[in-house]
Design a protein around this ligand. Structure first.
Ligand code: TXA
Ligand code: MG
Length: 337
């Protein structure tokens, strides 16, 4: 299949380009599009056949449910059987925005979307291209991150093309996504709210709305993947194709070990490292020591190093403070065995 890449203005998406993409979706096709977090791979959420194609294109295991993207609360309410007060308050504060809410599913949501489970994950994205596309398609869009399963999410159309080109009908190229990390996922389907995936909305911010009852799920402390509340929380996920090491120091000694074996190494630090070994084997990328700016660039940096053909990636671990929680979560998964 030939994948069409269509440029679109991120702030004021051209109506004719959006209309064409929406037509592809209405016919059951797949369209990748930018959101404020990462690129999504969209399909008509109410079509079992269309959503099935997402799983095929990504090589995604059928037991991993996908997020449904909507433009308004009224549509969200048609996808679930309840709309608790907590959902109303979360949506009021963060929608449209990088927050996904898990609720009991309504009967019209196809099994393939929920992986056969009793709940559905819903989010209202803020990106103008995502909003225009959902509106033009006239239906909710199922959209996981637009990358081959278990790989690093895409923050540019070029990342999507490299990962999924030839497998999907269309990519809307709206430039780099501003957030750079996936949405925060909160489960409101049980008696106590649970944070399933840290993201751009922090746990502290969520507690301002949900109170102290919010339970964090530490996937890194869980041994068996199949015991996890959400299969997408597999410890190893969001991984580069090469071994990735997270180091407590700036990583200089690990880099030295690797290049001693003549391996080409990608090295990601926060601020300048202590020892710089000027050698063609090391590709050093210094990221900002501030979580928002770091998040915006992390995945693009991992993609860049993969494309450069490094044999390993060494990452200096950011401080273990709450503001770095989402970044640390993704780095620990990237470095998981
Ligand atoms: O920012 C984002 O959330 C991006 C953009 C495209 O919206 N999407 C995204 O989708 O990251 P994906 O499929 O890569 O990650 C969705 C996560 C997975 O961990 C999945 O297991 C979890 O949400 N999830 C989806 N439906 C769920 C459900 N019903 N219950 C629990 N977890 C669910
Ligand atoms: Mg993903």
């Amino acid at each position: 299949m030939k994948t069409e890449i269509a440029a679109v203005d991120a702030e004021h998406p051209q109506a004719d380009v959006i209309a064409r993409a929406a037509e592809v979706l209405r016919r059951g096709g797949l369209v990748a599009f930018p959101t404020e977090t990462v690129y999504g791979l969209g399909a008509d959420a109410l079509s079992e056949a269309a959503v099935r194609r997402i799983f095929t294109a990504k090589g995604r295991p059928a037991n991993n449910p996908v997020i449904v993207h909507v433009n308004d609360v009224a549509t969200a309410q048609t996808l679930t059987t309840v709309w608790p007060d907590a959902a109303r308050r979360l949506a009021e504060r963060w929608w449209p925005g990088p927050l996904t809410i898990v609720l009991p599913r309504a009967a019209q949501v196809p099994d393939v979307v929920t992986a056969g489970g009793p709940t559905v994950a819903i989010r209202m994205p803020a990106h103008p291209v995502a909003r225009a596309l959902i509106a033009a398609a006239g239906r909710p869009l199922a959209a996981p991150s637009a990358n081959p399963s278990a790989r690093v999410s895409s923050t540019t159309a070029e990342h999507v093309r490299r990962g999924l080109g030839g497998r999907i009908e269309m990519i809307l190229d709206g430039g780099p996504t501003p957030g750079g990390l996936e949405s925060t996922v909160v489960d409101l389907s049980g008696p106590t709210p649970r944070l399933l995936r840290p993201g751009l909305v922090s746990a502290a911010e969520l507690r301002e709305v949900l109170g102290d009852g919010l339970i964090g799920v530490d996937v890194h402390a869980t041994e068996a993947d199949d015991a996890l509340p959400s299969p997408g929380l597999l410890k190893k996920h969001y991984s580069p194709t090469v071994p990735t090491y997270l180091t407590a120091d700036d990583g200089a000694s690990r880099v030295a070990e690797l290049i001693a074996n003549r391996q080409k190494v990608g090295w990601i630090t926060l601020g300048e490292p202590h020892v710089v070994t000027p050698t063609p084997l090391v590709r050093l990328i210094v990221l900002p020591a501030e979580p928002t700016a770091y998040s915006a660039r992390l995945y693009a940096t991992l993609h860049e190093l993969e494309a450069a053909g490094v044999a390993a990636i060494v990452v200096q671990r950011p401080p273990p403070t709450p503001v770095w929680a989402a970044v640390l979560d993704r780095l620990r998964r990237a470095a998981a065995e």
